[in-house]
Design a protein around this ligand. Structure first.
Ligand code: ZN
Length: 475
């Protein structure tokens, strides 16, 4: 008998993986005992491939090739599910057995499936069916158990989460203190990357001793876990563990970030260009970004450029608009400082004692979210039909948008209290880039750079034509 061994590393059945070495050794021993002639050993690693993956199994392909070349009488596996993930594959092999030397599949527990007989084929199909059913049962059981645990608000198990001990139910006080600090700082408008940098500098690590980055910090602060919510397959259940903060606070963080276009999950490095995100090309209306160059003299010139491509390489702007950074930044800074000197602005930006109003809006936002959830339940239970659901959702969503807009403008104004105590004009030169950006953000919507030769006119000894710079004010 000429035999091919097939081994496969998979996580299909019990969630556990077996080393293919064990499968291989077991098969080799069996071949010896039977006194067979070993032709080849083929193996695959399915662990990384998903259940629905159609990714090729190179080992299996080689096995089929051996069969096609009539080199094999028996295919040996430790158990049937090693050979197949899908019934179709077994059917292919049965068809191959009709035209090749292949006679049977055998497992190391001594069961042979003779592919030339109806009984053998039936037994093989049944074996695969049973294996599929068994694996289905196990996964259903696991899923039911997970859902039950979620409904009871119990910890998922697995890795430890920041702020909680290993049991997932007890607060880890030193980490909870870090979370509260990060919350406070975020609400006060500090950028996530700066908080992360500060934690790293102070030697405060993540759960597993790693460094903080914008993304993991933002994920942690917005996690349902810290507001005492157990989320399972998109559904929230009240958790049994204590919360570290409240949904209202988390909502405020979300809104502060949104008002600064600090999208969670998109880390940003330290900037060197004051007007990134504000400057727009007047020719094509696309953002202008920092694009420095080394001059013939060897000096480095900072410039803004309307980028022809975005960070993903997709085409974006016209690419023809350039401006030296220094004059543009000085001009905009000057205009902003001038703006701040005006009494209307002072009035518009002064806003202490808005806590009450903010709290009210946050409550309404929560209420809207709750309503949106309820609609889905009502739809599921037949109280609303699809059209009614759509109408109700649209109404509440636009209400939600309004609340969020109001809140984000309030937040922006509230941040004005973070301005330096001394006159802004005196503090400006000493201020950090990010702080300057925060100030600009308070009053400037965008800075549009219109086409034209910048060198024709001068402004403050710079080659800059002020008429080409249009500032769109927020207030
Ligand atoms: Zn352009």
């Amino acid at each position: 008998m000429d035999v091919d061994i097939y081994a496969r590393l998979s996580r299909d059945r019990s969630g556990l993986s077996e080393n293919t070495t064990i499968q291989r050794e077991e098969c080799k021993q069996y071949v010896c005992e039977q006194g067979w002639n070993l032709i080849g050993i083929h193996e695959d690693n399915d662990i990384s491939a998903s259940k629905y993956s159609t990714k090729a199994r190179p080992g299996y392909e080689k096995l089929v090739e051996d069969i096609r070349n009539n080199r094999v009488d028996v295919v040996l596996v430790t158990e049937m599910p090693r050979l197949y993930r899908r019934m179709e594959e077994l059917l292919d092999l049965i068809r191959l057995a009709e035209s090749t030397s292949l006679q049977r599949i055998e497992t190391t527990d001594g069961v042979g499936y003779h592919l030339g007989t109806g009984e053998g084929i039936h037994a093989a199909v049944a074996a695969i069916n049973n294996a599929m059913l068994e694996s289905r049962k196990i996964s259903d059981r696991v899923k039911r158990k997970q859902r039950a645990r979620a409904q009871q608000g119990l910890h998922n198990g697995g890795s430890r989460r920041y702020g909680y001990e290993w049991d997932g139910m007890t607060i880890c006080e030193p980490e909870a203190a870090v979370i509260r600090e990060c919350i406070e700082r975020s609400i006060n408008g500090e950028m996530a990357w700066r908080i992360a940098r500060d934690l790293n500098e102070r030697g405060v690590p993540t759960t597993y001793g790693k460094k903080w980055v914008t993304a993991n910090l933002q994920r942690m602060l917005l996690s349902p876990r810290i507001i005492g919510v157990r989320r399972h397959l998109g559904v929230d259940y009240p958790a049994q563990w204590p919360a570290i903060t409240t949904p209202e606070v988390q909502e405020r963080i979300r809104i502060v970030w949104r008002s600064r276009q600090q999208t969670p999950g998109r880390p940003r490095g330290a900037r060197t260009y004051l007007l990134t995100g504000f400057a727009y090309c007047g020719r094509c209306d696309q953002p202008m970004r920092g694009n420095g160059r080394t001059l013939a003299s060897g000096a480095y010139q900072r410039r803004y450029r309307c980028s022809p491509i975005d960070i993903h390489g997709e085409s974006l702007g016209c690419g023809h608009m350039f401006r030296a950074a220094e004059p543009l930044e000085q001009f905009v800074s000057e205009a902003v400082l001038y703006r701040f000197d005006s009494p209307e602005i002072a009035l518009a930006l002064a806003g202490p004692g808005q806590e009450g109003e903010i709290a009210k809006i946050v409550t309404e936002i929560e209420f809207c979210r709750q309503k949106l959830n309820d609609y889905v339940d009502d739809y599921a239970s037949g109280l609303l039909d699809r059209t009614q659901l759509a109408r109700a959702k649209a109404r509440t969503e636009s209400e939600l948008d309004e609340h969020q807009d109001r809140l984000s403008s309030l937040q922006r104004l509230q941040n004005a209290s973070r301005l330096p105590n001394e006159p802004l004009r005196d503090a400006w030169n000493e201020m950090e880039l990010e702080s300057k950006r925060e100030v600009i953000q308070l009053v400037v919507e965008r800075v549009i750079v219109h086409p034209g030769l910048p060198g024709v006119k001068t402004w403050e000894s710079f080659r800059l034509n002020p008429e080409q710079i249009e500032i769109v004010w927020r207030v």
